[in-house]
Design a protein around this ligand. Sequence first.
Ligand SMILES: C[C@H](N)C(=O)N[C@@H](CCC(=O)O)C(=O)O
Ligand SMILES: [Mg+2]
Length: 362
Amino acid sequence: MKISGIRTALLKAPLKNPFVTSLRRVDALEDLVVIIECDDGSIGYGEGAPTPVITGETIGSMRAAIALMEPFLVGREIEEFDTLLDHVHSHIIKNTTAKSALEIALYDLKAKSLSLPLYRMLGGEKRVFETDLTISMGEIDKMIADCLDAVSLGYNSLKIKIGDDPQKDIERIIAIHEALDDSIRLRLDANQGWTAKQSVELLQGIEKRGIIAEFIEQPVAADDIEGLKYIKERVQTPLLADESIFSLKDARRLLELEAIDYVNIKLAKTGGISEALALADLSSDFGVKCMIGCMLEGPISVTAGVHVASAKADVITMLDLDAVSLLASHPVETSVQYDQSQIALSDDLGLGIFGVGELQFL
Ligand SMILES: C[C@H](N)C(=O)N[C@@H](CCC(=O)O)C(=O)O
Ligand SMILES: [Mg+2]
């Protein structure tokens, strides 16, 4: 099974609602699909959504990074899998979403070459997973209405985007907590919006009112490691690192410092599946559980995340793989079922992606 070509295409999809965090507002999904073709007709699908404010990438930079790696991959056999992964990672630093998109397509092909669903190749099982749903940051009434809608659709965990204004954030959390049944788990994501002091004041404030969220995600700037430690020592709410952890080195530092309670693994940050698996193993060695998350991205890369969740189900105990549910429609044909909070893996080979509809090839 020899790689005969690599093509990239733009995937554009409308959202049900604008996606708003403290870092950015997005009105429609635009990401990059990677299609690796082999001489026997096999196709591997990959995908990645550039998130300039988090990974520093754009569609243009992803295309350029993939073009740089292409000559090292085309003409090689899928059976040389480890060498292929090595090429993805060794010719350029950073560019993690581009690397992830390529890796996902290579893993899809490798699993197909073994006639296995990807999760089986990775040692996982066919399972149904439960994801949360993200509630975009906005006015309190709208956020409450969005939360109630999500609950009526069966979501048990809501990820509340905050972080633009600590005072307003307290009001949002209190109002949302009051509006919901206690059984609904609240995950708070400030996307780096607060200082360490503000985080402690705010979290202690809501804790005094009896509100203990499932976790607070990335309250402070990505490089504010001392800030994370300062918060962890002063609040009861568990602390989850997102933008602070891309690599194993990032994670090891935070885990050794005991500065966090949970790790958010995203393929777009780790540079794909291989490092995501290693990050789950490293966290497990430290006795720390993980969430697998996603950017605002499409069904191919989110599905890759579900396979990883299956492979590392002992340590990946939480899913934030809601990006497919945030889309109003998309052209990807997949046998992995996305039904609101429920995501069900299938028996199909590789990722379980059959086609990508009409895409704009670049
Ligand atoms: C979509 C997912 N639930 C999410 O919130 N992901 C990111 C934000 C990514 C983006 O801006 O595209 C997160 O911070 O966890
Ligand atoms: Mg986050």
